[in-house]
Design a protein around this ligand. Sequence first.
Ligand code: TDO
Length: 186
Amino acid sequence: MSRFTLIETPLSGLTLLQRHPIGDQRGYLERLFCREELAAIIGEREIIQINHTLTATAGTIRGMHFQRAPHAEMKLVTCLTGEVFDVAVDLRRDSPTFLHWHAEHLGADNHRTLVIPEGFAHGFQTLTDDCELIYLHTAAYQPEAEAGLNALDPRLAIPWPAPVGDRSARDRDHPLLDHTFTAFEA
Ligand SMILES: Cc1cn([C@H]2C[C@H](O)[C@@H](COP(=O)(O)OP(=O)(O)O[C@H]3O[C@@H](C)C(=O)[C@@H](O)[C@H]3O)O2)c(=O)[nH]c1=O
């Protein structure tokens, strides 16, 4: 029995997972990750770090973040409590969808995970209070390799669904892309 359906998105390599919980009278059990079932998208990568975040207030935006090469990583992003508008931006040099974004609602109720490969920036807006996300990472955290896009950059024009709430100082300071921008070394 398959625990996941893999759903392609308009951005090649960016995959949505529909998780299939196994329910009974007590509730359910579901897999958040399975190396064997996800081999087609995970390949030889290994999950080497798992992060958990709590975001207290609806409307908060975190991101858009990525790690530069050679520390680029794949992330599997899951929202276990609450609901978020989750966004990935294609930063791959020469990609036909360069700077295009794709968004999915991830939440406790829809059992969906977004698999964000190397070469994408990631961010989200909380749509409920007390959102808890869990991230599975294939590379170690490297603060010196961290980079970001401004979530409110007009060149990205991401239609955040709720009024923009709290953001970290770092995220507010990410510069806007200018007309000379062609690519990050993501
Ligand atoms: C990501 C990370 C942060 N930290 C520290 C740095 C800082 O003191 C504190 C909070 O970090 P940040 O402000 O970067 O947290 P946050 O803004 O939530 O960063 C996250 O944003 C989303 C959009 C992502 O995609 C994640 O990969 C991650 O970049 O935790 C670690 O120690 N290990 C880690 O792996």
